[in-house]
Design a protein around this ligand. Structure first.
Ligand code: NAD
Length: 205
């Protein structure tokens, strides 16, 4: 598989392709053209072909893409062919909601441990996931081979939690706290912020 420098926009579209391809797989559809993918996903077919061409020649002229083969390749590219263990830090309202969603997480991704500083919460099991004290972060992350983390603590605690995560083997963080986390170059942080999303959406009213 080719490994040129890939833009974030391309990486963000791959799970969208994967979701629809998986739907096609369940519908027993064997092949799909970039035109059809583009129509359904509202993405320019040329863009889809270009995105996928970064990683190899997956399509065939006149036939399009073989659905199962493309699913396999996109999973490999996104490393979803491996089991990915995730930690969640901050078992409050949002933390609970995400832990309850755990069973629905796709592919081999699973939240295997949760952490909090509240002694009333540690030792609790939420939707099958044990809540540990934050002091156990390093040990549990090693023990459970955790590679990604989700931050759902209040804004004022988020950077400190991220700093502690960066002292472990974690290289990818999804942050829900409304604060811009500073991270080392070798650690990838994605932010998700409902408020700013709504504010920018409001522009289109
Ligand atoms: P919450 O107060 O219900 O929960 C926060 C949890 O974090 C608590 O259990 C608390 O004990 C724990 N905590 C505090 N400091 C910690 C630390 N240093 N280490 C580990 N755990 C710590 O808050 P919430 O509503 O679940 O929101 C959590 C974060 O997500 C906030 O930053 C909030 O702005 C953001 N957020 C919340 C929602 C929502 O719908 N609730 C939506 C989007 C974003």
């Amino acid at each position: 598989m080719k490994t040129t420098k890939i833009s974030e926009a391309v990486v963000r579209r791959l799970p969208i392709y994967l979701r629809y391809l998986t739907h096609l797989h369940h519908m027993n559809v064997k092949t799909v053209s970039s035109q059809k993918l583009g129509d359904i996903l509202d993405i320019n077919p040329a863009q889809i072909r270009k995105d996928l061409a970064h990683f190899g020649e997956f399509g065939r002229k006149g036939i399009g893409y073989e659905v199962d083969y493309l699913i396999e390749k996109i999973k490999q590219i996104l490393k979803l062919d491996q089991e990915i263990h995730v930690a969640l830090i901050g078992v409050g309202h949002l933390g609970h909601a995400i832990l309850n969603y755990n069973a629905y997480l796709k592919e081999n991704m699973k939240i295997v441990a949760a952490f909090d500083v509240d002694p009333q919460k540690t030792g609790e099991v939420v939707a099958g996931t044990t809540v540990y004290h934050l002091d156990q972060l390093g040990d549990i992350i090693e023990e459970k081979a955790i590679r990604m983390a989700i931050i759902t603590v209040p804004a004022e605690a988020a950077q400190e939690v991220a700093d502690r995560l960066m002292q472990t083997r974690i290289k990818a963080i999804l942050n829900f706290a409304p604060v811009n986390i500073k991270a080392r170059d070798d650690v990838r942080v994605h932010h998700t912020d409902v408020t700013t999303e709504l504010q920018s959406l409001s522009y289109y009213l």
